[in-house]
Design a protein around this ligand. Structure first.
Ligand code: IDP
Ligand code: MG
Length: 147
């Protein structure tokens, strides 16, 4: 039986992106969130489809890099997770680090596991929702079964 998300608890969405999945980093990345004290509220492995990515990245859908972003995000399975805990949206973004993996601070997930592979796309290991409103919107996209 799938456990619905507790509406009284803050949640955020993370996507462990195809580059990290391919490299076998999923467990190590999830462990960082658990070690920080956040709870895994939902977890699954998916291959993203174009429609879902267009919804998820609505703010980037008209940008020049969207086509390559969508192809990167669909290039292998991803682990999709809902994390729970007080201030988890901000806390997860802090653990994730800056967008560009080359300059993301060491100690952050992107800083420790990411680099530029010369693919032309910013392959940066992980996504985390950037606000509580975004988290709510993105959780509904990736976990419609938990609504
Ligand atoms: P964020 O993931 O740190 O919130 P955003 O600027 O929202 O960063 O961009 C979303 C995702 O799109 C990034 O994580 C990265 O994978 C990709 N991306 C961002 N900027 C570029 C770009 O200039 N070229 C290619 N891909 C990009
Ligand atoms: Mg963003």
């Amino acid at each position: 039986m799938i456990q619905a998300l507790d509406p009284n608890v803050e949640h955020t969405l993370i996507l462990i992106k195809p580059d990290a999945y391919r490299r076998g980093l999923t467990g190590e990345i999830l462990a960082r969130f658990e070690r920080k004290g956040y709870r895994l509220a939902a977890l699954k492995v998916v291959v993203a489809d174009e429609q879902t990515l267009r919804e998820h990245y609505a703010e980037h859908a008209s940008k020049h890099f969207f086509t390559e972003l969508a192809s990167y995000m669909a290039s292998a399975p991803m682990v999709v997770a809902a994390l729970a805990g007080e201030q988890v949206v901000a806390g997860a973004r802090t653990l994730v680090g800056a967008t560009q993996p080359t300059t993301a601070d060491p100690g952050t997930i992107r800083g420790d596991f990411g680099r530029d592979w010369g693919s032309g796309c910013v392959e940066n290991v992980i996504h985390a929702s950037d606000s509580r409103a975004a988290a709510e919107r993105e959780l509904a996209i990736w976990f419609p079964e938990l609504a």
